[in-house]
Design a binder for this molecule. Sequence first.
Ligand SMILES: [Fe+2]
Ligand SMILES: [Fe+2]
Length: 473
Amino acid sequence: MGHISDENIPNNVNLSGDKKLQRALEPWQQDFIKWWMEMGPSGFQANNVYLRTAISVETDGWAHFDFLRMPDYRWGIFLAEPVANRTIGFGESFGQPVWQDVPGEHRNTLQRLIVTQVDTEPASVEQQRMLGHSCPSLYDLRNLFQVNVEEGRHLWAMAYLLHRFFGREGREEADELLARRSGNEDRPRILGAFNEPIEDWLSFFMFTMFTDRDGKYQLLALAESGFDPLSRTTRFMLTEEAHHMFVGETGIGRVVQKSAELTRQSAHGNPRELGGIDIPTIQKYLNLWYSLSLDLFGSEVSTNAASFFGAGLKGRAKEEKFADHIALQGFYPMELPASDGGLQLQQVPLRSAMNEVLRDAYVEDCQRGVDRWNKTLAEAGLSERLSLPSRRFHRHQGAFAGMPFDPQGKRLPQEEWDRRRDEWIPSAADKAYVKSLQARPITQPGQMAQWIAAPPRGINNQPLDFVYVRTEA
Ligand SMILES: [Fe+2]
Ligand SMILES: [Fe+2]
């Protein structure tokens, strides 16, 4: 450690040929490791874990699986291969060649966009740091650590952009990324959902399902950016991010499956009798993390979003699917709060509605996951179903911030919200119950905790009883 090379930081940005960048990254690397040891996964740092490491950007063969200790993970800097003759896909500069350097007039805005995105990577590692002690299986423990090291790699990839393209200010911002702390009152992480503690595995699965998926859509929008290094960085991050959402969606799916099995086995049709998690409790966790994640898209009507789009900095997910890339014409209809306390349909100029356009794509993607869980419930012969709450429910950002709505989107008097909130959001008793199921880690190979079904298959074609984390010294 202590010096930077292609050997310890695999990369495709010619790190070994860039002495200036090496010098800038060396002290940062030391601070990064200090941060990882202090704020990364608690326990298990000395254990060998079956991890995948990104070693190139080739579509097949980018991932290498092997046992290693997490501090020895090779945090690489990879940008997706450049697209030849790529042009800016939207906004005022539509059709012009993409920027290989930061345009002076967009410097501050781009830096802000990058910092806001990358702050979530170390934040999530901090939020999840205690979970290893309550893992439901070695398979899940390994998946947690895989997500953690890759969020660490995403931090590296974006810190590289700050160091390489944003001068002294960029280096200061990169230092700040290692100084803020999730949930800390004095130096919190930038975005709300990333200051909420993740103290149990149901929350972890909800987070990787819903909050990592917000990340997916933010990355898709930044992958369209006219600043090509940002586009290439985020495109490669997306390939790893897919696994995080797999962990979330299948994790919840397995909890739902087990819940259904235990419901049928229990004397009174309540899985809690047999140490499972009931569907109403799962629904409350879903309501909480989905609504916190909706907040991350920002205000429904946003002049910032309009200017990011106009400047060619942040597009829509899969911009090529849209017909009009200038978006100066047309309106987006939205139901917004009216002065009489009800809702009013408003026509919002399209550029100002870009946050909502991105949120639409996200909501649709989330619904696909819910449909799959409901299929599991239907196949098990249960009549209960899960659903996404209204977008207005439990919001802290945007047009509906702080207004009480029920999960169906009906406006409530504050008094009714206060009285009934435990019906919709995990109560102290729900949290205590879920945690009580996870008092001990399950570390016997192939064994699963009582409240979660086994996955259908292991990681990278390994059997389910494979020793994914070597826990004996
Ligand atoms: Fe990430
Ligand atoms: Fe992620």
